[in-house]
Design a protein around this ligand. Structure first.
Ligand code: AMP
Ligand code: MG
Length: 487
């Protein structure tokens, strides 16, 4: 038996009744081979990155054969896509293989994405192209490096199987890992399908497996829904702080655990632009960067609407009211840390928004501005030339003097503050053009760039000279890149 199968349990989800999923055999790819392995994710699962990824494990993680004794499952769900009820969706190209005990004390579901069609594939071919699989693999591990809740990626298997998108491309399989892949859309599925019994079973499963403390509450379902709201609010605060734009925040892509899930046409901001739309297919800008908190709230409202058979309406509405204060508190704590302040005062919102307005007006690079700000001193010195990122340097200088006054008042020694800020403001993020360079190399048969980028992004806060090419401003051609839902 392969290393991945040893210690693989039947997923807890499989104990739910058959309407929750379909049993589906994976479909083999032609000439499957390793394109990348995440050693961090391997270790999380108690696997040895150097020895456990042999041909037997490849066969399972490529979808060439199912794990011994465990029939893979495609789960059923529905959802709202771009604000419109889309009806039944379901895992059209994902298969749940099983669960493993992680070194973190949690049980993790092991899922293949792109291992062939399922009864939920609708018009799709059940495949994922190498291009989008590289992006998902890299961003999953980059988010984990940033400390932002996310599904993980264990492996990326490439192949010679051709699939048609705008052009012919090769297919790949990513092995995704998360304590649960349950989505808001699963609850919507059973509510709209008029199956309150299944809705209750799903809620009971999620609470027992992931929110056991809620079982003691006087109203367990309400207590659990409040936890989902809090986790979602904290997640979107993390995205706003780091400049991450998800791109397709449909309810079927919203994790019940508050994880970043379903990486498609996502993007990290280069120049700070609150109106940025990373998904080329999002013509209305529904999922623009600045709208993400509102959209997450809208999605929580859809979840609330699906939970009415379980939770009284007043209690659902009360719970939804906790979103805004939780979001604001989470944003304040992240922005406080980004600014290197020990204490947060109400006028700090003005200091912050003035900086953000300036960055937006001047096209200042999001990641680099925050990173170089780490070096600004309480005397107003700017040794890393943060000002050079602004078209009108004088406007930044004026803001910097106000910031320096605030730093003096806050009273933390420069060196201590800088070190703390460098643990919050990353030096490296997965910019589109960096992913694109790794994709182009991989499409030409060279997978080393994926691995080098992954290794760098696994520790995005420590500046290392060997990764200088990842730390600079994006090249001009980066502005012409576009990513869409085609994946
Ligand atoms: P996504 O936009 O990737 O979150 O997918 C939305 C829905 O479309 C989900 O139900 C997916 O399983 C399904 N889907 C996307 N691409 C494919 C594909 N190539 N084959 C089958 N189903 C797909
Ligand atoms: Mg999805």
């Amino acid at each position: 038996m392969s290393a991945i199968e040893t210690g693989l349990h039947s997923p807890r989800y499989a104990a739910l009744p058959p309407i929750f999923y379909r049993v589906v055999a994976p479909q083999a790819l032609n000439e499957p081979h390793w394109a990348a392995i995440s050693p961090d994710c391997a270790r999380l699962l108690g696997l040895d990155p150097a020895h456990d990824f042999d041909d037997d494990t490849l066969a399972v993680l490529a979808g060439s054969r199912p794990p011994a004794r465990l029939p893979p499952l495609a789960t059923a769900y529905s959802g709202h896509q771009f604000g419109v009820w889309a009806g039944q969706l379901g895992d059209g190209r994902a298969l749940l293989l099983g669960e493993r005990d992680g070194q973190d004390g949690q049980r993790h579901e092991i899922q293949l994405k792109g291992a062939g069609s399922t009864p939920f594939s609708r018009m799709g071919d059940g495949r994922a192209v190498l291009r989008s699989s590289i992006r998902e693999f890299l961003c999953s591990e980059a988010m984990a490096g940033l400390g932002i809740p996310t599904s993980r990626a264990l492996t990326l298997v490439a192949s010679s199987t051709l699939v048609r998108r705008e052009s012919l491309e090769t297919a790949a399989v990513v092995c995704r890992v998360a304590p649960s892949f349950v989505r808001f859309g699963m609850f919507e599925h059973f509510c709209h399908g008029n199956r309150p019994d299944a809705l209750r079973q799903l809620a009971d499963h999620v609470i027992a497996a992931h929110f056991p403390e809620c079982q003691q509450a006087e109203q367990p379902y309400a207590a659990w829904f409040e936890q989902v709201i809090a986790a979602s609010a904290r997640l979107v605060a993390d995205w706003q702080a780091v400049g991450f734009c998800h791109g397709v925040l449909n309810t079927d892509n919203m994790s019940i655990l508050g994880l970043t899930l379903d990486y498609g046409p996502f993007g990290f901001l280069d120049g700070f632009d609150p109106e940025h739309i990373c998904n080329h297919s999002d013509h209305q800008g529904r999922y623009a960067f600045r709208r993400q908190p509102h959209i997450v709230y809208w999605n929580l409202q859809r979840l609330a609407a699906a939970l009415w058979p379980l939770i009284r309406e007043e209690r659902l509405l009360q719970a939804l009211e906790t979103f805004q204060p939780t979001l604001e508190a989470a944003l304040a704590s992240r922005m406080q840390a980004k600014l290197g302040l020990q204490h947060w005062q109400d006028d700090d919102w003005t200091l912050l928004t003035d900086l953000l307005d300036l960055m937006a007006a001047q096209g200042a690079d999001h990641t680099l501005t925050w990173r170089r700000l780490c070096a600004v001193t309480a005397h107003g010195d700017d040794p890393e030339h943060c000002r050079d990122l602004f078209l009108d340097r004088a406007s930044f200088d004026t803001w910097r003097q106000r910031y320096a006054v605030r730093l003096q008042q806050d009273g933390q020694p420069d060196a201590q503050r800088s070190a703390a800020m460098r643990q919050i403001n990353p030096c490296y993020v997965l910019r589109n053009h960096l992913a694109e360079l790794a994709i182009q190399a991989a499409q030409a048969g060279n997978y080393q760039e994926i691995n080098r980028l992954r290794a760098c992004l696994s520790d995005p806060f420590t500046e290392r000279p060997e990764y200088a090419d990842y730390a600079g401003l994006p090249p001009d051609w980066a502005h012409t890149l576009s990513v869409s839902c085609s994946s």
